[in-house]
Write a protein that binds this ligand. Sequence first.
Ligand SMILES: O=P(O)(O)OC[C@@H](O)[C@@H](O)c1c[nH]c2ccccc12
Length: 268
Amino acid sequence: MNLMDQTFARLKQENQTALIPFLTIGDPDPDTSVEIIAGLEAAGADMIELGVPYSDPLADGPVIQRASERALKHQVTIKTCMETAVRARKAGVKLPFILFTYYNPVLQFGLDRFFEEVKAHDISGIIIPDLPIEESADVRARAERSDIHVVPLVAPTSHERIKSIVEGARGFIYCVSSLGVTGERASFHEGVEDFIASVKKYTDIPVAIGFGISNREQAVRFSRICDGVVVGSAIVRKVEEAIPLLQGGDTHEQGLLQIREFVAQLKP
Ligand SMILES: O=P(O)(O)OC[C@@H](O)[C@@H](O)c1c[nH]c2ccccc12
């Protein structure tokens, strides 16, 4: 059984909601990313989206765009992110990894090699936000053969396409809370709870929500109706704010603690 499925099954038994951070790998550097991942698990994260930095992150707001630029200064690639997963495992991190990447880097990497390497690096799932619908059947078939879950994204504007998007999906469904790009939000798309309910009508697999969730109150609100909450920009911003400490030699641990404490209070 895929580690992601095992985790959701355990959380369901414990009547818990998964806290799923997104982290740009290589920000501020690859070594520190391994330490931040360990800190996220210690803070209560249940699985982690390992963000592959990309030069043209169309769906990302300024916080993640800046993080990608910082990471790309270290020439971070899909391979670096896969190696980061293995390094985190070796450091004792047990939670499932989800590789988050735009489609172009996957095509550059090569689809056959991509799935072989994802499997070999103990990664449970992938999210490709710009995966073209006409390519998704092939990608899902390849993933299925390796027992890797391709997590589909559904938006409040998906309406009649929700059924076709979630049918046959594995892992979890990623409900995007609002239109636009990633980034902390004070409010969400009108009727977001109804949207989530409409998605749950078509699937029995876990449903998580992301986009804009940046504080405990919002995480608790969505934990009432979702199996998972995804938090990215708010955490990536904490990393950005901690960089002077992380790079300050004797204040490095203090920087890691600052990130960990922010994440710990998010756990619904
Ligand atoms: O950053 P936010 O608003 O907390 O949203 C999660 C998001 O970071 C992560 O899941 C993600 C990062 N880049 C994306 C692009 C599209 C969809 C989702 C994402």
